[in-house]
Design a protein. Structure first.
Length: 552
C-alpha cells in the first residue's frame, strides 16, 4: 500500500481488503465526500495486489454514470467478472456462457441466472481445487442509480441472498446511504466505511508521492521532475494547498493544478542553474574543481549534477511571486475552462521572474561602463519601450506596495502651511529601554504588499503634479489655474485604465482580486523590482528615495 495514490485513508481501505479475504459482508458502503473516484482506484488496487492461496477472487469495476440502463449494467458486470472483451470481428457479443447462446441482459432474472452460470463455470474451471471462488462487484458513483435505475438498488444489495453464491457488492458514493436508502427497509444495512476529509498534511504527502512517481533518472539533465528538486516541490505543495484549500480538498484536483503550475514555478531555478553552470564552464580552466562548492550552510550542493539548492530567502521570493497564479490556475482548471497543458503554455513565467527571485542576476546582462566615462543608468531592456504614463504608473504601484497606507498623507499630501515631505526617522535614545515583543520586519523584506486601485491613482496624481513638468505632454489650449486640476483630468482618462490593463497582462502589475468581484475596488500588487523602478525614476527625475517610507 506504500504506492497507493490515496495515502490519507489507506488504512480504512486495507481494512476492507482484509474483510473481503476473511469474512466478507455481502454489502459494503464506502462514503467519500471528496474524491470517490480515487477511493475506487485505491480499493481496486488493494484487492488486486492481495493474493491468497485459498480464495480465487474475481473483481469487476462498474461506473454508474456510464451504465445508465439496466442492460448496460448487467453486461458490464458479467463481462468484467468473466474477463470478456467484446470485439468488432465477433459481432460485439457479450459473454453468454461456455455452450450457451442465451442473453443474460434482458431482465433481472436473466442477470441472476447469468451470475450463477458464470460462478459455476469459473469454479469448475479452476485447476487449483479446492479453492473458494468469490465475486466482488464495485459500483462507483452509485448515487446515480437512485435517479436512473431506482428499482435495481434493492436487488443489487441482496445479490448474495438471491443467487446463493459467494458475492460481495461494494457501493462507493460521495453521498450518504441515508439519502438513497429504499423505503420500508427493503435493503439490508451495509457495512459502513466513512472516509474522512483529507488534511493539508495528507494532501501534501499525496502531491509528493505523485512527484516521485513522475521523477526522471538522476543521471539526466536538470528538469522540473528531477529528484534534486524534491525538497523545493514539497515547499510548493504546501503553498498550493494553502491557496486551494478554501475551494477544494480533492487531492486529484490539487494534483491537476500542480501539474499546470509546477513547471513554471521551478523555471527560474532551472534558468539560474543554467546560468551558474555556464559561468563555471567558462572559468573551469582558471580554478580547481573543488572551488565550485559553496561553504555557506544555506547552500546545499548536489554532487550528482552540481545543483545548488536555493536558500530560504530565494524560496520566499519564489512563493510570493507565484502564489497569485496558483489561485488563478485553480479558477480555470477546476471548472475545466481550460486544460493543464494549455494553461501552462499561456502562463509561462516572464523573463523578469528570474530578476525578482534571484536579484543577483538583475544587471548581469547590462554592459559595464568604461573607466572614466559617465553612463546614465537606464532600466532593464524589457522596460525601455514603455510609455511615459506607464512608467509613472509603475513607480506609483511600487510606492503603494512599499509604503504603508497611513504614510500617504505625510509623503504626498499638501497642507495650508506647505510643509515638506518627511520620511520616518528611526531614532533610538541611549537610555531607551528595549521593548519586548515581535520585531516589525521592513516591507522590502516582505515583498510588495497589496493595494487598492484608487490609492495608486491618488499617488499617481501626486507624482504627475510634482514631477511631470514636461510641457510637451500638457495640452496647450487649456489653462489650468487650479492646483491639481491637470492631474485629476489625467488620472481619470480612459487611457490610464487601458494602460493599467496592459501592464497587468504583461505581468508588470499583478491583480490579486478576481475580475468578477463587484464589491470594493480592484486590488493590485507591484510586479517589478527595485532596480527597475529606480531606473525609471531617474529617467523621469522622480526622487524615489525621498518618497519611500523605509529607505532601501
Amino acid at each position: 500500500m506504500a504506492s497507493n495514490p490515496l495515502l490519507y485513508h489507506h488504512h480504512r481501505l486495507r481494512e476492507v481488503s482484509f474483510l473481503l479475504h476473511a469474512s466478507p459482508s455481502p454489502f459494503i458502503f464506502i462514503n467519500d465526500p471528496i474524491s470517490p473516484r480515487m477511493t475506487t482506484q485505491a480499493v481496486l488496487g488493494a484487492l488486486s495486489s492481495t493474493t491468497s492461496t485459498t480464495i480465487s477472487m474475481h473483481l469487476v469495476h462498474v461506473n454508474a454514470v456510464t451504465c445508465f440502463s439496466a442492460r448496460l449494467l448487467f453486461d458490464a458486470i458479467l463481462n468484467g467478472l468473466a474477463q470478456w472483451t467484446p470485439s468488432w470481428e465477433e459481432g460485439c457479443t457479450n459473454w453468454s456462457g461456455p455452450n450457451d447462446t442465451r442473453r443474460y441482459n434482458e431482465s433481472l432474472d436473466a442477470f441472476l441466472r447469468g451470475l450463477k452460470t458464470l460462478y459455476s463455470f469459473l469454479h469448475h474451471s479452476d485447476s487449483n481445487l479446492p479453492r473458494v471462488t468469490r465475486f466482488v462487484i464495485v459500483i462507483e458513483r452509485v448515487e446515480r442509480l437512485k435517479d436512473r435505475l431506482p428499482d435495481l438498488i434493492v436487488p443489487l444489495t441482496r445479490l448474495a441472498e438471491m443467487t446463493r453464491i459467494d458475492v460481495t457488492i461494494i457501493f462507493v458514493s460521495s453521498g450518504r446511504w441515508d439519502d438513497m436508502r429504499p423505503s420500508l427497509g427493503a435493503s439490508p444495512d451495509p457495512y459502513f466505511v466513512d472516509i474522512s476529509i483529507p488534511t493539508k498534511e495528507a494532501c501534501v504527502a499525496h502531491l509528493c508521492s505523485v512527484f516521485q512517481s513522475c521523477q526522471t533518472e538522476p543521471n539526466l539533465s536538470l528538469n522540473p521532475y528531477h529528484p534534486a528538486l524534491e525538497g523545493i516541490h514539497a515547499s510548493f505543495a504546501s503553498i498550493l494547498c494553502d491557496a486551494c484549500f478554501p475551494f477544494t480538498n480533492d487531492p486529484d484536483e490539487l494534483a491537476y493544478a500542480a501539474a499546470a503550475r509546477w513547471p513554471g514555478f521551478v523555471q527560474p531555478i532551472l534558468d539560474n542553474h543554467a546560468m551558474e553552470r555556464g559561468k563555471d564552464d567558462s572559468n573551469l580552466t582558471e580554478r580547481d574543481d573543488n572551488e565550485h562548492l559553496f561553504t555557506d550552510d544555506a547552500m546545499l550542493v548536489d554532487d550528482t549534477h552540481d545543483f545548488v539548492t536555493p536558500p530560504e530567502e530565494v524560496r520566499m521570493r519564489l512563493n510570493r511571486y507565484f502564489k497569485p497564479s496558483i489561485t488563478a490556475a485553480l479558477e480555470q482548471l477546476y471548472p475545466r475552462f481550460s486544460n493543464a497543458q494549455d494553461w501552462a503554455d499561456a502562463n509561462k513565467p516572464s523573463p523578469e521572474a528570474l530578476e525578482i527571485v534571484f536579484p543577483v542576476h538583475r544587471v548581469d546582462h547590462l554592459s559595464k561602463p568604461r573607466i572614466g566615462v559617465t553612463v546614465k543608468e537606464k532600466p532593464a531592456e524589457p522596460y525601455r519601450n514603455l510609455t511615459r504614463m506607464s512608467k509613472f504608473i509603475l513607480i506609483s504601484s511600487f510606492l503603494a506596495s512599499m509604503n504603508p497606507a497611513k504614510s500617504d498623507l505625510r509623503m504626498f499630501g499638501r497642507g495650508l502651511d506647505e510643509k515638506k515631505r518627511k520620511r520616518r526617522r528611526i531614532t533610538k535614545a541611549p537610555s531607551a529601554k528595549i521593548k519586548s515583543g515581535p520585531i516589525k520586519i521592513p516591507q522590502h523584506f516582505l515583498g510588495p504588499a497589496v493595494f487598492p486601485l484608487d490609492r495608486m491613482l491618488a499617488i499617481l496624481g501626486a507624482l504627475l503634479e510634482e514631477n511631470d513638468n514636461d510641457d510637451n505632454f500638457r495640452p496647450s489650449k487649456i489653462d489650468f489655474s487650479i492646483p491639481g486640476e491637470y492631474t485629476d483630468m489625467e488620472v481619470s482618462r480612459v487611457g490610464v485604465c487601458s494602460t493599467i490593463i496592459d501592464l497587468t497582462s504583461s505581468r508588470l502589475l499583478h491583480r490579486t482580486s478576481p475580475v468578477e468581484r463587484l464589491d470594493g475596488p480592484p486590488m493590485f500588487k507591484c510586479g517589478v523590482s527595485y532596480d527597475v523602478v529606480l531606473g525609471l525614476a531617474k529617467e523621469l527625475d522622480v526622487p524615489l528615495q525621498d518618497l519611500l517610507w523605509d529607505s532601501l
